[in-house]
Design a protein around this ligand. Structure first.
Ligand SMILES: Nc1ncnc2c1ncn2[C@@H]1O[C@H](COP(=O)(O)OP(=O)(O)OP(=O)(O)O)[C@@H](O)[C@H]1O
Ligand SMILES: [Mg+2]
Length: 385
C-alpha cells in the first residue's frame, strides 16, 4: 500500500504513514476500538480525511496481520450491491492461498457469484444474479458466518455508510444491526459524511443503530501538527518555507485537509525554492481561477437569495446566528424567515454545512475554494461589519 509519490502532498489515495499527517489520537482510538470489540462511527464534513484515516488504520492493522476488509459503498444502490461490495472487499483482503481464501472461493461458488473482469482496470470482480432481497439477506448472514468461522479478529471498514439510507430496502440497518450484535471476531467502522443522515441512522431512538457504536467526529488537523508536517516535506524536497507563507497556507485553506493539501501540492510543484507569502497568494488565485467555471455553475443552480446568503456566509467565514438582525441588515438579506428557507436549501444542496466548536454551532461554506472566491469576487458583498 505504501509507495513513494513524486509530490509528498497527496490529493487522492494513501501512500503510507510518511505522507499522512497526525491523526494519532483518532488512529489509536479506532485501532483500540477495533481490537476490543467496539464498533465505531467516523463522521466529518466532506474532504476532511475520513477515507485517508481508514486507509491509515488498515495499514496499521495489516502490519499486525489482522485481516482488514475495506469497502466504499458510495456507488451502491441496494442490498444486492451492498452484498457484492462486501464480497469484493473480502476477496481483495483475504490471501487466496490461505485456508480462509479457499473457503471463500468455495463459498462464492456455492452462492453462484459471477466472476467478471473490470473493463478499465482488468481486475477480477464478483457479482450476483438479480433475485429477491431475501436471497441477499440470506447471503449476508452466511458471509458473516464465514467470517466468524475463522475465529480470528477481522475488521470491516465501510466507507460512505450514509448511502444505506438511500436503499429501497428499509431494513438494511436492522439487518446489519442484528448480525453485528452477534459477531464475536468481526468488528466495524462505519464512516460517512452526511451528518443529517448519519445522525438519523445512528441517533434516532426508534432506529436500530442507536447506541450501538461509538462516535468519532473528525475535525481539522491542529495547526502545529500540520505546520510541522508541511515544513518537513518542503525541507525534504530542498525547499524552505517562510513562516508567513506557512501561516497563509493554513489560513487560506482553513485547515480543511483536502484544500490544505491542494495548496501545498501546487506550491511544492510550482513554487520557488524559498516560497514566500506572495507565492502562496499567487497559487491561491490560480486555484480559484481554475475552478471559476464550476463556481459559475453553482450560481446557476441557486436562487439569487440563496447565492446572496452564500456570499454573506463566505465573507463572515463562520456564521453563528444567521437570523441575527445585524447580519441580515448588513448583507441586505431580507426577512429572517426567508433566510431560514435559504439556509435549509443550501444545507440540503451541501453548499454549506453546520458544525460545532467551543463557541457553539455555526454555518460555513462547504467548499473552501468557493468560499475564498466568493469573498474576492466582484459578486461578493461588503466586508464584514
Ligand atoms: N492526515 C492526512 N494527512 C495528509 N493528507 C491527508 C490526510 N487525511 C486526508 N488527506 C488527504 O486529504 C484529501 C481528502 O481526504 P479524504 O478523501 O480522506 O477525505 P474524506 O473525509 O474521505 O472526504 P469525502 O467525505 O469526500 O469522502 C485526500 O487527498 C487525502 O489524501
Ligand atoms: Mg472519503
Amino acid at each position: 500500500m505504501a509507495f513513494k509519490p513524486n509530490n509528498p502532498f497527496l490529493l487522492t489515495s494513501y501512500a503510507g504513514p510518511e505522507y499522512f499527517c497526525d491523526r494519532e489520537k483518532e488512529t489509536d482510538r479506532l485501532l483500540n476500538n477495533l481490537l476490543n470489540g467496539v464498533n465505531t462511527t467516523l463522521l466529518s464534513v466532506r474532504r476532511m480525511g475520513k477515507t485517508g484515516l481508514l486507509k491509515h488504520v488498515s495499514y496499521h492493522l495489516r502490519e499486525q496481520k489482522v485481516i482488514c476488509i475495506y469497502i466504499d459503498i458510495y456507488a451502491t444502490q441496494n442490498l444486492r450491491e451492498f452484498t457484492i461490495a462486501l464480497l469484493n472487499g473480502i476477496w481483495e483482503a483475504v490471501p487466496s492461498k490461505s485456508s480462509f481464501g479457499k473457503q471463500f472461493m468455495a463459498f462464492i461458488k456455492n452462492i453462484r457469484a459471477i466472476v467478471s473482469f473490470d473493463p478499465v482496470s482488468g481486475q477480477p470482480q464478483l457479482s450476483l444474479e438479480m433475485g429477491n432481497a431475501k436471497t441477499y439477506a440470506h447471503s449476508l448472514a452466511t458471509i458473516f458466518q464465514l467470517l466468524e468461522k475463522q475465529q480470528q479478529p477481522l475488521v470491516v471498514l465501510i466507507d460512505e455508510f450514509q448511502q444505506i439510507d438511500a436503499y429501497p430496502e428499509k431494513t438494511v440497518e436492522a439487518l446489519l444491526r442484528t448480525h453485528i450484535q452477534q459477531l464475536q471476531y468481526t468488528h466495524f467502522v462505519f464512516s460517512g459524511s452526511n451528518k443529517h443522515l448519519l445522525t438519523s441512522t445512528f441517533g434516532d431512538i426508534k432506529r436500530p443503530f442507536y447506541m450501538s457504536t461509538q462516535l468519532v467526529d473528525l475535525k481539522p488537523i491542529e495547526a502545529e501538527a500540520y505546520s510541522t508536517f508541511i515544513r518537513r516535506h518542503f525541507e525534504a524536497g530542498g525547499k524552505q518555507l517562510s513562516d508567513d507563507a506557512l501561516n497563509e497556507i493554513l489560513r487560506f485553506s482553513k485547515r480543511h485537509t483536502y484544500y490544505t493539501q491542494a495548496v501545498c501540492n501546487r506550491l511544492y510543484a510550482q513554487g520557488p525554492k524559498k516560497p514566500e507569502i506572495t507565492d502562496v497568494l499567487k497559487i491561491g488565485d490560480q486555484l480559484l481561477l481554475e475552478q471559476e467555471a464550476v463556481f459559475f455553475q453553482y450560481r446557476q443552480l441557486l436562487t439569487p437569495a440563496q447565492w446572496r446568503l452564500l456570499g454573506a456566509i463566505a465573507v463572515e467565514e463562520k456564521v453563528y446566528n444567521p437570523t441575527a438582525g445585524q447580519f441580515l441588515k448588513h448583507f441586505e438579506l431580507g426577512a429572517a424567515s426567508a433566510v431560514q428557507r435559504s439556509l435549509a436549501a443550501l444545507e440540503q444542496k451541501e453548499m454549506i454545512f453546520k458544525e460545532n466548536n467551543d463557541k457553539g454551532s455555526f454555518y460555513q461554506v462547504y467548499d473552501c475554494f468557493l468560499s475564498r472566491w466568493l469573498e474576492k469576487s466582484t459578486y461578493s458583498l461588503p466586508p464584514a461589519y
